[in-house]
Design a protein around this ligand. Sequence first.
Ligand code: GLY
Length: 314
Amino acid sequence: MKPVIVVHGGAGRIFKEREDGSRSGVIRAALKGYSILKQGGTALDAVEEAVILMEDDPHFNAGCGSVLNEKGEVEMDAIIMDGKNLASGAVSAVKCISNPIKLARLVMEKTDHMLLTDQGASAFAKAMGIPEVPGEKLITERSLERWKKNLEADWNPQECQKDLGTVGAVAIDSAGNVACATSTGGLTNKRLGRVGDTACIGSGGYADNSVGATSTTGHGESIMKVILARLTLYYMEQGKTPGEAADAALDCMKTRVGGLGGIIVISSSGEWAAKFSTNQMSWAVVKDDQLQSGIYTGERITQSIEAAFASIGS
Ligand code: GLY
């Protein structure tokens, strides 16, 4: 099987000043994941490493750069899933760690559970030797500004809900195994303890070698109502291509619950799609040593991976 990786940096509104960073961030993550796949690495390692890069990149709403909850703190959700055996691990409402996706993988591999939350997740991180970082280290000037705006009496909270920016990756490796990983800071000004779709299996992501893998982004409460990731794979099981399935799932979410978002998909035969019902979603894919990427509807920039490496300066 030829390896393929698809990544997204979140569906929603990408402000002009963040566009370049968002483009180069998804390209860097896709190239990182692809290099792992090309060296014979697993889809699971590729999606984890791609997501770690985006968690460490302040342009995205995950890890450092996460939006803030009503108390002005970062609380993050993440999920990872292995399509070979349907193993999955997730964390929710976790604070003071740099890479929630690493903790999600440890939940999958080192516990009999699938989801650890809040203080239990923090205690597990400590037990696994994951360093605690001061909460402020994950807070960027921008997320602080957005949060402060939310406190202004005349601010329309719907505005912030357009700035989503969850990150995710799906991949297929040379052994034909698929995997997904998704990570987010959630919604600006969310209630303390609010858990979104990202940590919920079937909503924020799903991977099954028999059909493919998906990672989703968008309004979590809407995504959960239609179980967006699994719904997309269901449509593929019914015979739709990845692109048709993602469009149908997004259409269902829009018409049934009025929600907007985005989906990336890889099928068990290596077909891929990156679709969104919001105005923008940053995405990148590497297949056959070619990189494609975009942000706007209908935009698809194709580059060799050498040119792509040069464009991000590495
Ligand atoms: N999709 C991210 C969230 O709503 O938390």
